[in-house]
Each structure stands twice: as structure tokens, then as C-alpha cells.
Design a protein around this ligand. Structure first.
Ligand SMILES: Cc1cc2nc3c(=O)[nH]c(=O)nc-3n(C[C@H](O)[C@H](O)[C@H](O)COP(=O)(O)O)c2cc1C
Length: 238
């Protein structure tokens, strides 16, 4: 099995908490045998929001000529995609949001990200500064793309990596979670490492399952494969 995990930082700051957390997750991913990884920072990239022109539905590609263009092939090539972002006013940065909107070009004609495993990481300055609402937004995006969002494993929190760090890029190194029950402490970057390892493991399982069964999603694309009839037992339930 060969799994490729793409990690994307949506922080406008090239080196900061998000950058370190995403790279920690990729290190965890490559601990799973057969996994390769690629890190992309959106910092400094010119990525405009979707204009809703609808051209991608006709042409199968986005017509906006900016820094999003080279990223499309990298997204399609990945088996798992991890998105990280600082919390900006309770949600993802405008930069990551623009990136997420532009993935419309990979979903309008055919959902090209379907069955890719997804991970979400959010760092906020507050202890409860909106990390979970931010992750929820990213996971909704993954659901819309027919991806398979994966959560972190308890007891470090279940939804994704939620970290606390301020403006100092080194701040994240001090952020840790206290696991009272086990009398242990866990750094956010360690939580991200475990998360990356889990994501690559799930992606490996998905790839193996697809190879063994030859199955794809039954109702793709967009319900065009709806059955003409349903099992008789289902009619009894109507
Ligand atoms: C415009 C702006 C809005 C922010 N909004 C929030 C917020 O709603 N909640 C929060 O906890 N932190 C907020 N922060 C702080 C950042 O999320 C936090 O410092 C983050 O760890 C920075 O990540 P980075 O180093 O990857 O850029 C905000 C920062 C900026 C610049």
C-alpha cells in the first residue's frame, strides 16, 4: 500500500503554530509504513475566493488564474488531506476559506475528493477560542466533498487537534493538554503527531478496502445511479 498525505497550513504566517502542528501531523503520518507526505503553506499565496461563475461545471477546471491552480493536482493525488488553520473570529482564515471555496472546481462536475480521508487542526489564542467551531466548518467542507473526516482519539479530545497559541511562533511548543486520568501531559504537537498517524492508518485501510472490493460510492456522481426500485422490505416501511 502507498499512501500520500497532503498537509496544508491556512495561516498567513509562514512559521507559526499552524505550520508546526500540520508538520507534526505529517511526521505522524509517515510513521505508518508506506506513507509519504507533502506540506504546503498557503502563506503568501494569492488565492481568490470562488466567483460562482459556473465555468468549472462546464470545463471541469477553474478559470481563475492564481496560486490555487497548481494545488488542484496535488489535492487529487493525495489519499488523505489535513487542513490546519488559526482561529480567526471563530472560524478558518480568509485564506483557507478561499482555498476551500475554490475546491468547488473539484466537486462541481464530479466529486474528485471522494473517499479521501480528512483531518482538521485549529489553533486559537483562547483556551476555548473557537477551535471546535473552526474544525466543524472544515469537516462540513469535507462532508460536502464526500471525504471521510477523522477525529482525534480520546482522551486528548475527539474532533481534531485543538491547540492554544498566541502571536509568538514558539508559543505552540509550550501548549500541552493534561490527561488527569493517566497523570500525563501531552504537547499539542504530540497530539498532532498521533492524529497524523491515525489519519494515515485510516487512509491505508480505505485504500486496502477499495482495492480488495473494487467498490466506489454507490450514488456517485450526484445521485445519478439511483436505483429504479428498492427492496420490497423498504416499501413496507413507507
Ligand atoms: C484576525 C485575527 C483573529 C483572531 N481570532 C481569534 C479567535 O476568534 N479566537 C482565538 O482563540 N484566537 C484568535 N486569534 C489568534 C490566533 O488564532 C492564534 O494566535 C493562532 O494560534 C495563530 O496561529 P498561527 O501562528 O499559525 O498564525 C486571532 C488572530 C487574528 C490575527
Amino acid at each position: 500500500m502507498a499512501i500520500h498525505v497532503l498537509g496544508i497550513s491556512g495561516s498567513p504566517r509562514e512559521t507559526g503554530a499552524t505550520s508546526r502542528l500540520v508538520q507534526a501531523a505529517l511526521l505522524g503520518a509517515t510513521a505508518v509504513p508506506g506513507t509519504t507526505s507533502e506540506y504546503v503553506s498557503l502563506a503568501g499565496k494569492a488565492i481568490n475566493g470562488c466567483t460562482g461563475c459556473g465555468q468549472c461545471a462546464k470545463l471541469g477546471q477553474c478559470v481563475i488564474p492564481d496560486d490555487m491552480q497548481p494545488l488542484y493536482a496535488r489535492l487529487v493525488a493525495a489519499d488523505a488531506i489535513i487542513l490546519g488553520t488559526p482561529v480567526y473570529y471563530g472560524s478558518a482564515t480568509a485564506l483557507l476559506k478561499a482555498f476551500m471555496e475554490r475546491v468547488q472546481a473539484l466537486g462541481s462536475a464530479e466529486k474528485k475528493l471522494r473517499l479521501k480521508v480528512g483531518g482538521a487542526i485549529a489553533s486559537g489564542q483562547g483556551r476555548n477560542g473557537g477551535q471546535e467551531t473552526t474544525i466543524q466548518g472544515i469537516q462540513l467542507w469535507m462532508h460536502i466533498n464526500d471525504m471521510l473526516p477523522v477525529g482525534t482519539t480520546s482522551p486528548s479530545g475527539q474532533w481534531g487537534v485543538t491547540a492554544q497559541a498566541g502571536a509568538d511562533p514558539d508559543d505552540i511548543g509550550n501548549d500541552e493538554i493534561v490527561l488527569k486520568k493517566f497523570n500525563r501531559r501531552m504537547k499539542s504537537v504530540e497530539s498532532a503527531w498521533l492524529y497524523g498517524r491515525k489519519i494515515a492508518t485510516v487512509a491505508t485501510l480505505v485504500q486496502a478496502g477499495r482495492a480488495a472490493t473494487g467498490l466506489d460510492l454507490p450514488d456517485r456522481p450526484y445521485g445519478q445511479n439511483l436505483p429504479d426500485s428498492y427492496p420490497e422490505a423498504l416499501y413496507q416501511l413507507r
